[in-house]
Design a protein around this ligand. Structure first.
Ligand code: ZN
Length: 238
């Protein structure tokens, strides 16, 4: 069976990166399901925009509508309980002395991959797609390519089934992620990524910038704003 006839499970948070990953998977696999995690995020805006994004992606191309399957929400209260970070507690979002943002939930992506692996096994999905990126990864060690590769080995061994973890954004920056959106789904997808996805750590959806909604000052907004500016200026080049 060709890889294209297989099933993929996409870690889909409703953010910019995972939305582009979902489009990437819809273009590539015959059947695509999504998984999202509810771990007591202080602002659940990302989770709220997920259903709308899935609907809009389906409306974009009939082939994508045919391929998009079930959505799974996994509640991880235990993760919230053990995390002492700005995302889940009323702590200021800043860069700590170790250079990592206080929004970091230690090992969060490892935990996500374990649950995604178990679900993928049950759903017959051999491919897991996730938006980790080492290029502008804010210092998150569980976003590193080596971490993801180690996880792929651990899951394949632990499940006794070959699982491939795909990270299409690993080596590209935010500007190139906007470009990938345009490449995959034209202006419609680019507009959806700007208008519909959410990445602001403060959950701000009242301030609209040319790059989308957000407070404009948190690290996630800064990254997105810089990436969009770079994408636009690269597009203007002859
Ligand atoms: Zn923000």
């Amino acid at each position: 069976m060709s890889e294209r006839n297989e099933t993929a499970l996409v870690l889909f948070s409703g953010g910019q990166d995972s939305t582009v990953c979902l489009a990437w998977a819809l273009e590539r696999y015959a059947h695509v399901e999504t998984i999202g995690f509810d771990y007591g995020q202080r602002h659940a805006v990302e989770l709220e925009v997920r259903a709308g994004l899935r609907k809009d992606l389906s409306a974009m191309r009939s082939q994508w509508a045919e391929r998009l399957g079930e959505d799974h929400i996994v509640t991880l209260d235990a993760l919230a309980a053990i995390s002492d970070t700005a995302l889940t507690r009323e702590t200021a979002i800043e860069i700590a002395a170790d250079g990592l943002p206080t929004t970091l939930v230690p090992g969060r992506n490892l935990i996500f991959f374990c649950f995604a692996g178990a679900l993928a096994y049950r759903r017959g999905a051999r491919h897991i797609v996730a938006g980790m990126c080492e290029t502008d990864y804010s210092g998150y060690p569980d976003c590193r390519d080596d971490t993801v590769k180690a996880m792929q080995v651990a899951l394949s061994l632990g499940l006794d089934k070959s699982v491939t973890l795909h990270t299409p954004l690993m080596w590209i920056d935010k500007a190139e992620t906007f470009a990938m959106a345009e490449q995959l789904g034209g202006k419609a997808l680019l507009d959806l990524v700007v208008e519909g996805t959410h990445s602001c750590y403060l959950g701000d959806r009242t301030h609209r910038h040319d790059w989308g909604y957000g407070c404009g000052t948190c690290p996630a907004c800064e990254l997105r704003a810089q990436g969009y500016a770079k994408f636009i200026s690269a597009r203007k080049m002859p």
